[in-house]
Ligand binder design. Sequence first.
Ligand code: SER
Length: 388
Amino acid sequence: MDTELLTRTFVEYYEDRGHRRITGSTLLPPPGDTVLFTTSGMHPLTPYLEGRPHPLGRRLVNVQRCLRTTDLDEVGDSTHLTVFEMLGTWSLGDYEGPRSLDWGHRLLTEGLGVDPGRLHATVFGGDDRTGPDTASLRLWQELGVPVELTVEDNWWSNGPVGPCGPDSEIFLWTGDGPPRSTPTRDDRWVEVWNHVTMRHRRLPDGSLVPLPQRNVDTGLGLERLAALLQGKPSVFECDVFEPWRRLVPGLWPLDEPSLRLVGDHLRSAVVVLGDGVRPAGTGRGYVLRRLVRRVLTVLWRDDPSRGLGDLPLEPVSHTLDHFRQDDGPEQVRRLLVEEERRFGRLLERGRQVLARPRFRGPLGEDDFRYLHDTHGLPRDLVTGLREG
Ligand code: SER
C-alpha cells in the first residue's frame, strides 16, 4: 500500500464516520504564530481546539505536512524524518477519546490489515494534577490490546503554553520474533498513532485550566505507517523516497546513515523551498540553510568535488509534485546550488580566519562573537571547521 492509497483509505474511513476533510496548510504557520514551522496536524487548528466554531463542523480529517527540527539529530534512524506528513482527525467537542481509539484500532486491523497481535498501547497513568486516563485503559482492555501506563510520555503539548492533554499512543511491533516487552523498554515497538484528549490549556505560569470543550486530536505518521505496511525496514524505503533511493547512491556513494541524512535533508529542503522560504541568517531561512549545510558537510567529507548541480531533477520534481508545489525543479535546484556556493565561500573564509594565531587555542565567547559579527561565521560552523 503506497502513501497515496493509505491516505485515501484513511480519509475515506473518517469521512464515512461524519468527518469533513480540510485542506492541510503549508509548512508556514499563520501570520502572528510564533513558531517557525507547522510541527503537527493540530497546529493550524489551535483556535478551533480553543473553542472557535469551525466552519466545517465538529469532526475533521486532514493530511498536514510538518517539519520538526527537534528530531534533526535523530534523522538517520529508521523512523524519524525532518519533513513528514501527518494524517489527522479531530473531534472538536464532539465524541470522546475511547471512540477515537476504537475507530483507530478498527482502521488499523480491519481496514489496513495490521495483525492485532502486533499492537501495543500506552495510556496516561496520572500525576499529582490529573488523574489516570481510565476510559482509554478500559477500552484497550476490552479490545484485548496490551497497555503500558506512563506519565510524561503520555502527556501531549505543542509547546510550553496552549492546548494540551493526556494521550494514548498506538505502537506496532517491528521485531522479527513474536512481540515482547513494552514500548518504553523495547524500541522495536514503533509509535504510529497518537490520540490526544485535548481538554486543558497550559498558562504561562504553568497552571492548567480547562478548555471550553473536550477535544480529541489524533496524528498518524504517514511515512512511518506506510513503511511498516510495505514491510520496509525504514521510512527511507517507503515510496516517497523511491527516486531519491534509486538515483542518489549512484551519484554519491554513501554509507547508509549518510544516505538517509542526505535524502531526508535534501527532500526537506526542496519542500521548504517549495513553500516559498529562502535561505537566510535567521528564522525559517536559517533552518533551510542548516539543512543544506548538513548535506554538504556529509558530501564533502569524502569528496569535496561533489556538488548539488549534479542532483538529477527527478527526485526534486517527484517531491514537488507529491506536495503539489508550483516551483519548477530547475529553479529549486538552482537555489540549492546558489546556497552551496555561498557555503563554499564561507568555509574558505573560515579556514583562512581560523588559521590566524589568535584562534589556535581554545575559543572564548568573545572569539565566537567576533567570528560571527565580523566574518559571518556561525558558531556551529567554526566548531565544525576546528574539529575537521
Ligand atoms: N498532536 C498530536 C501529535 O502531534 C496528535 O496529533 O502527535
